[in-house]
Design a protein around this ligand. Structure first.
Ligand code: ATP
Ligand code: MG
Ligand code: MG
Length: 562
């Protein structure tokens, strides 16, 4: 197995550290509270928190709450939980909005330095000033507002603050360098008056103007004393502006470096897209197990350790990585294979009556939780005259290339003392097989195949099996967008599944896999097991005392996914 710190020991992140090899590393993870975090964010969390942890430093969880019309209390809570679930504890939690006064004062200072001006241009004007489309249609120039004197700019900026301008009729613009080939230096916005004057979750109606990301993020990094500001590649060109702003104001300068985003193909990740799926009712909520939000993965039963090793195995470079869902699931499978107990679960049970059980009925056998690792222990399983097997393991008509149960055919029941031979079967009025009669086969040698089964009196469970929410590998590029690519057959529910009695002990001794996060011990999503020959399962939190609900985490093999 790969060293869990591999991504910090070599490659991009090791180089970043060498550029600023301080022993007091302070990083930040700065999500905007406008949705739930997804698998891509797990990379950002692993990079920022992991980098600091590896170097003995600290990490701040900073909410970038500068867009009141998109932000909700619910999202703050979910984000904090997701970070914790992945196993990281922020050194502290901060809010960009806590710095609003400080940021405002810095904006005034920038005006006083003649490096910012209040502009009244509309978007179309600004586009022209920036040389048209891609900056290539005409010369770049500044508007008349850039020539206002410092006093006028200050007065206008204060008027913006005091609500004397209508939304979107004025904004504060940095006076950067329009000769610079980098478009991120062409007098970017610093403050805006949002169109909707929404109540801010934390500052209420106090502010009518809000700092934009490029201004707020940079100065929050600086004021918190962030040493290494690690962000995704789309901010590479913004680095120059980031450095310009801190230098212009003469404040502490963090070092911004950019790693490649993690995209997952076959699904959508961005919070805006996810919000549509949630609001349109296409999924049950942000934690619907078919999504790739961290709360969905949690509910789906993916262990946080599997997510972290997936990211570590991919490694961190400056390149954007686009990974198929199947590869992620392969990683999850690998992490569960040897770390969770095995039980027998029958998805679609058919009754088998073993006619000659005799004294054997009621005896117990020892069934190990792992075929290889005795440390996982074992549980007792009752032998009963009636057992249940899966419908898919029986055929009404035998054939030579078929090795499971059929009339006249012998098959092994896992760990059962003898194989069985089907003698007859009966069907209901719909033609569905309802009962198979069988006898023990005490003389033949080892059967060709073994199938799983459960004794009479096993635990009934509802099993939810999830497939892909989308039909194509690139839902966003489908005509009509990802909403036109929904797979309407992405979940199936097995109401009458049965799991063997070892389930109670698995639940009692969770978490599986064993984890050092004690706090999470009792949560349903930590009760994971392999249903032998079927799939990996986890307890869903919809379970009640009367009814246990399981989610399929992943199939045992790749091809059975859809
Ligand atoms: P989205 O558009 O998916 O909602 P975002 O970039 O707007 O993502 P933020 O809340 O602003 O989300 O992100 C917080 C941090 O997580 C940022 O530093 C961002 O660069 C990083 N991040 C977001 N998405 C990914 C991704 N797919 N891979 C790696 N890092 C990401
Ligand atoms: Mg964002
Ligand atoms: Mg976004």
């Amino acid at each position: 197995p790969l060293d869990p710190d591999a991504m910090f020991k070599q490659g991009f992140l090791a180089e970043v550290y060498k550029e600023r090899p301080t022993k007091d590393v302070l990083t930040r993870f700065p999500p905007e509270p406008n949705g739930y975090l997804h698998l891509g964010h797990a990379k950002a969390i692993a990079v920022n928190f992991g980098f600091a942890r590896f170097h003995g430093g600290k990490t701040i969880l900073r909410f970038d709450d500068t867009n009141p019309d998109k932000e909700k209390e619910e999202f703050f809570v979910a984000i904090e939980e997701a970070v914790q679930w992945l196993g990281f504890t922020p050194h502290k939690i901060t809010y960009a909005s806590d710095n609003f006064q400080k940021l405002y004062d810095l904006a005034e200072r920038l005006i006083q330095l003649d490096r910012a001006y209040v502009c009244h241009c509309v978007e179309a004007d600004i586009k022209l000033q920036r040389g048209g489309k891609d900056g290539k249609e005409g010369p770049r120039y500044r508007c008349e507002h850039a020539n206002q004197d410092i006093e006028s700019n200050l007065r206008k900026f204060r008027d913006m603050r005091d609500g004397k301008y209508e939304p979107q009729t004025a904004f504060l613009r940095m006076k950067q360098d329009i000769e610079n080939p980098n478009p991120q230096m062409w007098d970017l916005a610093a403050y805006r008056i949002p169109k909707d004057q929404t109540h801010h979750v934390r500052t209420g109606d106090k502010w009518k103007i809000y700092p934009v990301y490029g201004f707020a993020h940079c100065l929050c990094d600086s004021s918190e004393g962030i040493t290494h500001s690690l962000c995704t590649g789309e901010f590479l060109t913004a680095r120059e502006s980031y450095e310009w702003l801190n230098k212009s104001l003469g404040v502490y300068e963090p070092m911004q470096r950019e790693y490649g985003r993690l995209n997952i193909s076959g699904t959508v990740l961005s919070k805006r897209s996810l919000e549509k799926l949630v609001n349109l009712g296409i999924v049950k909520g942000w934690d619907d197990p078919r999504l790739f939000t961290l709360s969905a993965l949690r509910r789906r039963g993916v262990p946080p350790s599997a997510i972290l090793s997936f990211i570590n195995e991919l490694g961190v470079t400056t390149a954007v990585t686009s990974i198929p869902i199947a590869r992620f699931e392969q990683s999850v499978r690998r992490s569960l294979e040897t770390s969770v107990p095995r039980l027998m679960l029958v998805l679609d049970p058919v009754r088998v009556i073993i006619e000659d059980m005799g004294d054997m009925h009621g005896q117990e056998i020892d069934f190990p939780f792992s075929p290889k690792d005795p440390n996982l222990g074992s549980h007792k399983l009752k032998l009963t005259q009636t057992v249940f097997i899966d419908r898919s393991d029986f055929r009404e008509i035998d054939s030579p290339d078929y090795f499971r149960l059929a009339p006249g055919k012998i098959v092994g029941l896992l760990r059962f003392p003898h194989p069985i031979k089907a003698t007859s079967f009966s069907k209901d009025t719909d033609g569905k097989v309802v009962e198979i009669r069988a006898v023990l086969d005490k003389d033949s040698k080892k059967p060709k195949a073994f199938i799983h089964w459960v004794p009479e009196g096993s635990q009934p469970v509802e099993v939810r099996v999830y497939g892909s929410l989308f039909k194509s590998d690139d839902p966003s590029s489908v005509d009509g967008g990802f909403l036109s690519d929904i797979n309407h057959d992405s979940q199936s529910i097995h109401q009458n599944a049965l799991v063997d009695s070892g389930f109670a002990e698995v639940a009692r001794t969770a978490p599986w896999p064993k984890s050092n996060l004690e706090s999470s011990k009792l949560l349903p999503e930590n009760v994971r097991f392999q249903g032998i020959r079927v799939a990996y399962f986890v307890v869903d939190r919809d379970s009640t005392d009367e009814k246990i609900v399981l989610n399929r985490i992943v199939s045992l093999k790749e091809d059975a996914r859809k």
